[in-house]
Structures are given as C-alpha cells and as structure tokens.
Design a protein around this ligand. Structure first.
Ligand SMILES: *[C@@H]1O[C@H](CO)[C@@H](O)[C@H](O)[C@H]1NC(C)=O
Ligand SMILES: *[C@@H]1O[C@H](CO)[C@@H](O)[C@H](O)[C@H]1NC(C)=O
Ligand SMILES: *[C@@H]1O[C@H](CO)[C@@H](O)[C@H](O)[C@H]1NC(C)=O
Ligand SMILES: *[C@@H]1O[C@H](CO)[C@@H](O)[C@H](O)[C@H]1NC(C)=O
Ligand SMILES: *[C@@H]1O[C@H](CO)[C@@H](O)[C@H](O)[C@H]1NC(C)=O
Ligand SMILES: *[C@@H]1O[C@H](CO)[C@@H](O)[C@H](O)[C@H]1NC(C)=O
Ligand SMILES: *[C@@H]1O[C@H](CO)[C@@H](O)[C@H](O)[C@H]1NC(C)=O
Ligand SMILES: *[C@@H]1O[C@H](CO)[C@@H](O)[C@H](O)[C@H]1NC(C)=O
Ligand SMILES: *[C@@H]1O[C@H](CO)[C@@H](O)[C@H](O)[C@H]1NC(C)=O
Length: 829
C-alpha cells in the first residue's frame, strides 16, 4: 500500500493542476490574464484579478482564500494603480521580477529586486505567500521577492509584523482607503520596536491606540490575544529583527487580522456554517483604549464616570481643565521628586504605559531593576519585562508615564517613582514602599460607605441593565475562612461535558451581537444552537474570576450537581485560555423582569401565575440554602436572574456564580461584594457580611416587585421620598397594602394571598438579618393560613434626607439618569 502512496499523491497533484488550470506558478512562459488564476497546491489560497467592493470596476491583482465564498483579498499587488479594464496580464520577467502589464504593454506594477537568477518563477505557496525565486532554489533566504514583505491590510498566519534591524525595513499593515479602493488609507498597524516592542495603531503619523508592550504572554493591553485553540501568538526579538506573528493551531480554521478602512483592527474568523466573517476580537475595544486619553499619570477606568482619574499620589496638572473632562494635560505628583531620596509605589491592574521611551534588560531581576531605576533620576518607573514564571527581566521608563488604563483582571504591576515623603505618609512597609490601589477605587469605596448611611449611589451611564456589583474589599484578612466544600470536590471526577471553544463559536455565530440575550457583571449571555439543534444559553464569563482552570472546573462540577425544577440546568462548560464559559439550558420565555416591569407583557402574568412564581423561587432558593449538599448563597437574586419556562415556571439562574467569583469563603465576611443595588441587603452592601439572610432580603424585594410591578430601584412616589420597601411598609402599617398591587392584577388577585405575600415580603426585608425568616419558614408562611409575626422596619432607605442626597439619590430624585452599576474594586495586593 505504502508503495503506491507517492504515485497516488502525484495523481492528486496532477489532478489539482488540471482543475486549477495553471497550478500554483507563473513563469516567463506561463502568464495569467484577467479571468485566470493560480491556486496554492493545497487549495487554500488563490491569486488572480478582482474588483473590490460592490461598485468599483477597477481591476486589481490579489490573493484571497479559495474556499471562501466571499472574495476577501488578503493581499493586493497594484493597490496604488488599478487597471481600468480586463486587459491585464501578470508575467514573470526574465530579469527577475513579476510585472503586471496592460494591453499596451506598459507596466502597471512590478516587483523590485536587486538580485537576478537564471530561471525565475513566481509561486503561490500554501501559506498565502506569493514568492519570486529561482526554479531550482527553494530556500526562503534566497527568494528574490515575496508578498509577505509587502503586507496590505491583512496579517495572515506566519506573516511578520515588525522591523528588520539590519536594513531598517519595516513590515506593517495599512488600511484600504475604502471598501472599494485598496490604496493605502489613513490607518496603519505596526509592531513598533522603539524602546521596547509594542503594537501600535497610527492614523497618519499619530499613534491612536497601543496594544501595549509584549509581556511574554501577550500585549499588555490586549488580554484576549493569548494562545488559544485557534491561534498562537509570539514576539520574536533578536539582533537581526523584531517581529510579531501568529500561527493557526488548526490549519483548517480561517482567521486573519485586518485593519478596516475606518481604523478598526480586528481578528476575523470565517464561520463555515453561516458563510460569514465574524469579529473575534477588536484591537481598541472601548474609550479607554484611546491613546493618551487621560494624559500623563492619568488612568482610564471604563467602569468609572468620569473615565479618567489621576493615579494615587498624583493630582490634575490643571484642575479646571480636568473638571471640564479635558484630561490631556494629565496629572503631576502631589509632592515633587527629589532624586536622591526617592522610592517607589506599586500600582496594580494596569495596562503598561507607552514604552517608546523605555529601556529594557532581559536578564536583570526586579530588585536589580529597581536599583538601576533609582540610580537614574530620569527613570520614572519600572516593572518586570516578562510576567511568565513569576516575572523576569527589567523594563524602565525614562519619561512621563502615558496611556495607562485599568484592566479588571489581566492588568500588570508597575512601580512608579515617588518622593520619600509620600511613601512615608502612606505608612511604610519594610522596604519603605507601599502598594496602593488605583485612585479610582477610592471614590467607589467612599460611595459604598455612603450607601450605609442611607445615601448614595454611583452612576455609570454606559450600562443599561441591572448588573451585579462586584467589589473587592481591601480589609479582608484572607486566611480565616477556607472552604471545606471545594476541598471535598477536588477529589471528584469531572462529569460535566467540556465543550470545545470552536463548537461554541459556531453555536453562537462567534458570540454575535444578534445572539446576545443578556449581560451582567459576571459576563455576557448568548443564545446558541448546538450541532444537533439543541438551543442553549452560553454565558461568557468576564475575566473577573481569579480561579485557576482546575479550581473552576471543580466548582462548576459542583454547581452542575445542583438539580432542582426551579433552577436553570447547567449543561456544560468550556475553558479557553483565560476565557471561561458556561452552557445552560435555553429558556424561551426569558426572564421575569421583562414581564413584570413591562406595561404590556405584565398582563401575561396574572396573579395565580405570579403566586406560583413566588413560590417556585422560594423553593429553588430553599434548595440552594438548605437541601443541596453545597449550601449555596446566591448573592445576586433579582428579577432578571429568574427565568421562565414555557409554562411560566420560574427557574433561578446564576446560582453558584458568587462561589466561583468570590474565591474562598463560606460565610461571614467577604472580600468581594457581588450583588445588585436595590436587591442587596444593608449588612452585605455596607459591611460585606453575607449569609443566607442576605438572599432572603433579595427574595423579599423580588416578592414586592412581583406584587407591585414596580422596581425597587426606580420607585418614585409623588407624596414622599420612600423607596418601594419604605412605601410598602408605610401602606402595610396603615392597613392599605392592597394599594401596592399592580393594577393589572385587579381581576385575578386573591386578596388573602396577595396580603400574605406582601407581609412575607416585608418580613424578608427587615433591617436586622436575625429578624428575617429562613426560606423554609417563608415557604411555610406563604402556603399556610397561620398568623404572621409583625414586620419590623425594612432595611435600607426607608427615609431619605432630601437635599443632601440630590446628587447621589438612590432613585427618587433623578430616576432616569441613574443607571444600574457594575463596580469592580481591585484589591491592593
Ligand atoms: C455590498 O453589497 C451588499 C448587499 O447590497 C452589502 O451587504 C455589503 O455590505 C456591500 N459591501 C460593501 C463592501 O459595500
Ligand atoms: C484598457 O486600459 C488601458 C489603460 O489601463 C488602455 O490603454 C487601453 O486602451 C484599455 N483597453 C480597452 C480595450 O479599453
Ligand atoms: C513589452 O515590453 C517589454 C519591455 O518592457 C519588451 O521586452 C517586450 O518585447 C514587449 N512586448 C511586446 C509584445 O511589445
Ligand atoms: C526599488 O528598490 C529601490 C531600492 O531598494 C528603491 O529605491 C525603489 O524605490 C524601489 N522601486 C519601487 C518601484 O519600489
Ligand atoms: C504560544 O504558542 C507558540 C506556538 O506554539 C509558542 O511558541 C509560545 O511559546 C506560546 N506562548 C505561550 C505564552 O505559551
Ligand atoms: C480543525 O477544525 C475543523 C473545522 O473547524 C474540525 O473539523 C477539525 O476537527 C479540527 N481539527 C483538529 C485537529 O482540531
Ligand atoms: C532631598 O533629599 C535629601 C535626602 O533625603 C535631603 O537632604 C534634601 O534636603 C532634599 N532636598 C529637597 C529639595 O527636598
Ligand atoms: C543586563 O543586565 C545584566 C546584569 O545586570 C548585565 O550583565 C548585562 O550586560 C545587561 N545587558 C544589557 C544589554 O545591558
Ligand atoms: C538615564 O538613563 C537613560 C536611558 O538609559 C540615559 O539616556 C540617561 O543618560 C541616564 N541618565 C543618567 C543621569 O544616568
């Protein structure tokens, strides 16, 4: 059999040649005319003539993917000079070039090489590289010319992006002028080796975006561009050249990095199922990626409003400008430096500043790096060059630090030069240095404290939904509460199906916006359809989880074992690089909030249905609290986390998330507060103390919302400034609780059930956690006729001091301008 293999291959080659007409080569005698093409030997790439976009009739020579139905040129030869008709011919010239000529035999475009060879041929390789070489010389070093040296707007696998240090030759991407015109546009994408290499996007001569310096794993500011099941990335740096490239892990996947005419730089993946390109990752993703937005020593946090803050120990250079949201002048140290006596303060969770003014040494340790930086008065900061294996190498900055942003999980540490007096005033550690959280965390923490005295709320305009608040508390001691359950689970086999990333990409059309069905602080939710047609909901967790993969899988496995008719079923999970995804059953009727708070849809839920929902949620929650092996505290129970099945039975979703996200805690006190304003109990929001009774509080809020059809957070009443809880309590005290009931329920409501529900709701939201009933008691109280204890004062915002709180009002003063918040406070360590 093996003997026949070469013959067999020859046959295939011959066959391919036949099919492709001209094979993969042009020679001095074999040229191609417009309408003819050559195809790489494995059939991946095709070279020929094309017209770009929809309207242009100009003809260009280009290379595109043969197998893709939409012609997507990855390279264009004559991008500056188009042919205006189909008379073009692409030839190899004996003197050693490839030339594009028109009917009058004038050269439209040609390659340029100083060398010449005996027998030049031009060949389209399987990589998509179009090379000019001697017919008998396959050594890439001796190629006369190659298209990979002249990228257009697309970086395909194995192309180099960077600089030849010997000749100074640079390979970079440049956008097309428009989708109809491949001439170089305004935007270029470079691997800039100045200082220490970083990827930058330029518009004209100006840098408009930096991906940040290479840190051994990825660009500092592009956390998602790490080795994954589709692509692997790398920076190559030696005496001769510095370049960035990527490889395809699975050669049959089609993926490319493209700079669009409008400057969007994105990694595209071809999805065969939908016959379309999807954007897998965009380079500059949000406002904080705008180069230098916050000026020197300013930091951008996408979760804060305003976006820019000065780093701790810094203040705006021009306070007036700063107040007007003109951040360009940046920040200065509160205490000026005094070269000799300086030290450093560590700032964590950042995208490293612009390294064009940096210097590096690959072998120095961090301590040597510090000493080196200290000796040179113009050194403003230092950090490890490579973050792998605990960190190595030395990167220092010799000028102002610009273009810093805060990254929620994948940020790095940087040590910034600071006068000794500032370090002293911060309370010195053994080294006389102290790490601080970014300045932006402080206002947020302050606001949380305000919350406790019945005021405030921070607002963030970009988020429309009720997102969980995720905060991390600095005062957590860390060692006192080890989780027994997770230890126990470490020894169990993994039973939950592990799904492949590509499967999920296919299922959700690469997490297309069209398939997005929800968003929260834990991540975004997409609808997907698996191969067999099964509909699923895919939760793509945001990178706020600090868990390792093993730990995560164990955790998820535990959660998967929770089975109850009032809990959403977890079907599988997927771990991909730093990404973690959960796959749930898909519920067509979506979540409770879209019914009860909506004028029209609320009529679909009559009282019996609502009472059934209240009871169902109660049972699901009791199962989590008491019946399941794990004793789960949900911590983010709210209307949007209650999904409805086809019969309008409630199913709680997102349970157990807090465990995965909160790390090691079983009760009492936590570093991270996870929850949503309006549903959070006071003791939890303010002190981070949580227990099953915090869930009971959220349940109480939910019950009152279901009965009233009003949001606690948005509640406004013309006569007073109470929130929904305060309002209900007042009505209840005055024996008027039926006034609370959603008018849509007038026809269907059962007065005794309604009154009972309201009463139970109020019992659940009492200020003192001890006073709140357990979920089993709640279920008993809801279903039995017995006498209920009288409800005490509800927790949180029963009375508000008008005037003082206008600006931070919870909901009464400026309901429309206050949107729900996602907050992430990073811890200092
Ligand atoms: C070409 O036309 C199609 C259909 O009209 C449209 O969807 C597509 O966006 C157009 N492409 C360009 C590059 O203009
Ligand atoms: C095709 O275009 C070339 C210029 O690019 C022109 O010289 C030639 O006359 C044109 N031929 C026809 C048939 O239009
Ligand atoms: C076309 O031009 C090349 C040189 O530019 C010349 O060698 C060749 O003979 C010309 N061919 C024709 C058909 O005129
Ligand atoms: C050809 O190369 C030389 C030197 O390498 C350069 O000066 C010249 O501009 C190039 N010509 C074209 C058409 O690219
Ligand atoms: C990513 O993959 C490439 C190619 O397989 C490998 O050379 C590189 O070391 C990997 N990078 C990391 C950080 O693992
Ligand atoms: C590569 O991807 C194709 C299509 O996505 C898939 O069918 C194939 O199994 C993959 N191969 C490997 C080795 O993962
Ligand atoms: C700078 O620090 C040195 C040593 O701590 C001190 O002697 C000197 O007075 C300081 N100079 C200024 C201008 O603060
Ligand atoms: C890097 O630092 C090491 C140790 O300090 C030193 O031996 C080496 O010469 C330095 N390399 C460069 C390029 O400065
Ligand atoms: C500080 O370091 C920079 C970069 O290495 C160098 O250009 C400068 O001369 C140094 N300054 C002093 C005072 O050593």
């Amino acid at each position: 059999m093996e003997k026949f293999l070469p013959f067999f291959l020859l046959c295939i080659l011959f066959f391919l040649r036949k099919v492709n007409g001209q094979g993969d080569m042009i020679t001095t005698t074999k040229f191609i005319k417009d309408g003819e093409t050559i195809v790489s030997s494995d059939g991946t790439f095709e070279l020929g003539f094309f017209s770009p976009g929809n309207t242009s009739t100009n003809r260009y020579v280009g290379i595109w993917y043969k197998k893709i139905s939409v012609i997507t040129p990855v390279w264009v030869a004559n991008r500056l000079v188009p042919l205006t008709n189909k008379t073009g011919v692409l030839k190899v010239i004996q003197s050693g070039s490839v030339a594009l000529r028109d009917v009058t035999n004038s050269t439209i475009w040609s390659t340029n090489s100083s060398k010449s060879v005996q027998n030049p041929v031009a060949q389209l390789l399987d990589t998509g590289n179009f090379v000019l070489r001697d017919a008998n010389d396959l050594n890439p070093e001796n190629f006369l010319w190659q298209s990979f040296d002249y990228p257009t707007d697309t970086l395909i696998a194995n192309m180099k992006l960077g600089r030849d240090l010997v000749t100074g030759f640079e390979r970079y991407l440049s956008s097309w002028k428009s989708s109809d015109d491949p001439a170089p546009g305004d935007y270029t994408y470079h691997c800039d080796p100045t200082g220490y290499p970083q990827d930058v996007m330029r518009k004209g001569a100006d840098v408009i975006y930096r991906a940040g310096p290479w840190n051994g794993l990825r660009w500092s500011g592009a956390p998602n561009m790490v080795n994954n099941s589709i692509t692997s990335f790398g920076l190559v740096m030696n005496n001769k050249e510095i370049y960035y490239k990527y490889e395809l892990v699975n050669k049959s996947v089609v993926s490319a990095l493209v700079v669009k005419p409008n400057g969007n730089t994105m990694r595209l993946i071809w999805i065969t199922k939908t016959q379309g390109w999807v954007n897998y990752h965009s380079a500059d993703a949000d406002d904080c990626d705008t180069y230098k937005l916050c000026g020197a020593y300013g930091t951008c946090n996408i979760l804060s409003d305003p976006l820019c803050h000065c780093l701790d120990k810094f203040e705006p250079k021009h306070q007036d400008d700063w107040n007007r949201a003109d951040w360009t002048s940046g920040c200065v140290r509160k205490t000026p430096l005094n070269c000799t006596g300086d030290g450093f303060i560590m700032y964590s969770g950042v995208k490293l500043p612009d390294t064009r003014t940096s210097w590096f040494n690959e072998t120095m340790s961090l301590d040597e790096c510090r000493a080196f930086c200290l000796r040179n008065c113009s050194c403003m900061g230092y950090t490890n060059l490579d973050i792998r294996n605990g960190g190595s190498g030395c990167l220092i900055w010799i000028d102002e630090l610009i273009d810093i942003r805060q990254l929620s999980q994948s940020g790095q540490n940087i040590y910034i030069r600071m006068s000794a007096s500032e370090i002293g005033s911060a309370g010195s550690s053994s080294k006389g240095e102290k790490s601080v959280i970014l300045a932006v965390a402080l206002p947020l923490l302050f606001a949380l404290i305000l919350l406790g005295v019945g005021v405030g709320l921070i607002l963030y305009k970009r988020r429309r939904r009720e997102d969980p608040v995720v905060t991390t508390r600095g005062r957590y001691s860390g060692h006192n509460n080890k989780n027994d359950n997770s230890n126990q689970s470490h020894h169990e086999d993994f039973e939950l199906p592990l799904l492949d990333f590509l499967t999920l990409i296919n299922a959700t059309d690469n997490f297309s916006i069209a398939n997005k069905i929800g968003e929260g602080g834990f991540g975004q939710v997409y609808k997907g359809v698996l191969e067999g047609g099964q509909e699923v909901a895919v939760k793509r967790l945001s990178e706020t989880s600090k868990q390792g993969i093993h730990e995560f899988k164990n955790e998820v496995n535990c959660i998967a074992k929770l089975q109850h008719r009032n809990l959403v079923k977890l079907l599988g999970c997927c771990v991909q690089g730093e990404e973690k995804m959960l796959v749930y059953e898909y519920l067509r009727n979506k979540s409770l909030d879209i019914y009860i708070f909506d004028e029209e849809r609320s009529t679909l839920l009559d009282w019996p249905k609502r009472f059934n929902i209240i009871n169902g949620i109660a049972r699901g929650l009791m199962y989590l609290h008491q019946d399941s092996r794990l004793r789960i505290i949900h911590r983010d129970l709210k209307a949007s986390n209650v999904l409805l099945d086809t019969d309008m039975n409630p199913k709680i979703s997102d349970f157990g998330m807090a465990r995965s996200f909160g790390g090691d805690e079983t009760g009492a006190n936590t570093r991270r507060v996870v929850g949503t304003y309006g549903y959070m109990s006071p003791e939890y929001a303010v002190d981070g103390i949580f227990s099953v009774k915090s869930d009971v509080f959220s349940f109480g809020v939910l019950v009152l919302e279901i009965v009233s059809g009003k949001k606690n957070r948005r509640f406004v009443h013309p006569d007073h400034h109470l929130n929904l809880l305060g309002h209900t309590y007042m009505l209840h005290k005055e024996g008027r609780s039926l006034e609370l009931v959603d008018p849509k329920l007038a026809d269907t409501c059962n007065i005794s059930e309604v009154q009972r529900s309201i009463h139970v709701g109020l019992l659940c939201v009492q200020q003192n956690p001890e006073d709140r009933p357990s979920m089993s008691t709640v279920i008993m109280m809801l279903t039995n006729e017995g006498i209920l204890p009288s409800a005490k004062h509800p927790g949180f915002f029963t009375e508000r001091k008008i005037g003082e709180v206008d600006q931070f009002s919870w909901s009464t003063q400026t309901p429309s301008s206050i949107n729900e918040v996602t907050i992430t406070l990073l811890d200092a360590r």
